[in-house]
Design a protein around this ligand. Structure first.
Ligand SMILES: C[S@@+](CC[C@H](N)C(=O)[O-])C[C@H]1O[C@@H](n2cnc3c(N)ncnc32)[C@H](O)[C@@H]1O
Length: 282
């Protein structure tokens, strides 16, 4: 198990380093689309102006950078396994003139912080990729002060997320996908109702609650959607990379045809839904 977790983690690091350029390119679109999920995580965290906040798997900076503006007398530490993703976050922080942020490349299951350091821990769409989800939440709890809130977003069920399910469904028909989505990192591995609540309660958190947030991914055209999804969705793009040329062409034409269903008032509107879960360290 330890060896498998290590190799998944190393693979994640390589994959996300490769996707950093795509996330930088689409930063404005990602910020706009995923803001409701980040805002819900931040709301659950009950930040105060002087909170010391940890953002785990911050990627290119969210929700940590948004939180930094809300804690002018506090600070935010942004962490990620991928130095490439975190470097983009660092560039954004300096462009925004944020002085109360710092960055640390580390694994969620091995956080390099003292016990009881943080007033709040945030994590948006990180659990979907951690090989050791229990280890990650255990570390978050350890690094949190008593009374701190730990708040996360994970993707909801396949049917609620056509923005990704459209391509993943076509991929499953035409190419090979990981066979154990419950074990392998993936978009829908945390989506069963109550899954995150159990994970948080098992880690000793109290006052645990989860709720759903949804919003649309909006694109002007199928070409724009396809470029976006293949630039930023690691699960989709790594699946496509395994397909041969013929299968890739089939998948693309399948998806373009299916996109017709999501046209509304001159734009493509694809639903996306996440579970927001929070718990308090006793
Ligand atoms: C979908 S991105 C989310 C980034 C950001 N939180 C956001 O919502 O925009 C997932 C991030 O998880 C990071 N990640 C994957 N496995 C990790 C691990 N074991 N420890 C820390 N970060 C990890 C990836 O490098 C990537 O930046």
């Amino acid at each position: 198990m330890a060896v498998a977790a290590d190799s998944i983690r190393d693979r994640q690091r390589i994959i996300w380093d490769q996707f950093a350029a795509g996330w930088k390119k689409w930063d404005a679109e990602l910020l706009g689309w995923q803001r409701p999920f980040g805002d819900a995580v931040i709301k659950d965290a009950r930040l105060r102006p002087d909170s010391i906040v940890l953002d785990v798997a911050s990627g290119t900076g969210e929700p940590g950078l948004t939180a930094a503006a809300l804690v002018p007398d506090g600070e935010v530490v942004l962490t990620d396994i991928s130095a490439g993703m975190l470097h983009v976050a660092e560039e954004k922080a300096s462009a925004q003139g944020l002085a109360n942020v710092s960055f640390n490349v580390c694994d969620a299951a091995e956080l390099p912080f003292e016990d009881a350091t943080f007033d709040a821990v945030l994590c948006r769409f990180g659990f979907n990729y951690f090989p050791d989800m229990r280890g990650a939440v255990r570390e978050m709890v350890r690094a949190a002060k008593p009374g701190a809130r730990i708040s996360a977003a994970v993707w909801g069920r396949t049917a609620e997320n056509p923005w990704a399910a459209l391509v993943l469904g076509s991929l499953a028909q035409h190419a090979e996908l990981p066979r154990r989505p419950d074990v392998m990192p993936g978009l829908f591995r945390c989506s069963a109702p109550g899954f995150m609540t159990r994970l948080f309660r098992d880690a000793g958190l109290v006052d645990v609650a989860e709720h759903k947030v949804s919003t649309d991914l909006v694109h002007d055209s199928p070409d724009s959607y396809w470029e976006f999804i293949t630039d930023i969705a690691a699960t989709v793009a790594t699946g496509l990379a395994k397909a041969d040329k013929e299968a890739r062409a089939l998948i693309r034409s399948d998806v373009f045809q299916l996109l017709g269903r999501y046209e509304h008032q001159g734009a493509l509107r694809l639903r996306s839904a996440a579970t927001i879960v929070g718990g308090t360290k006793a």
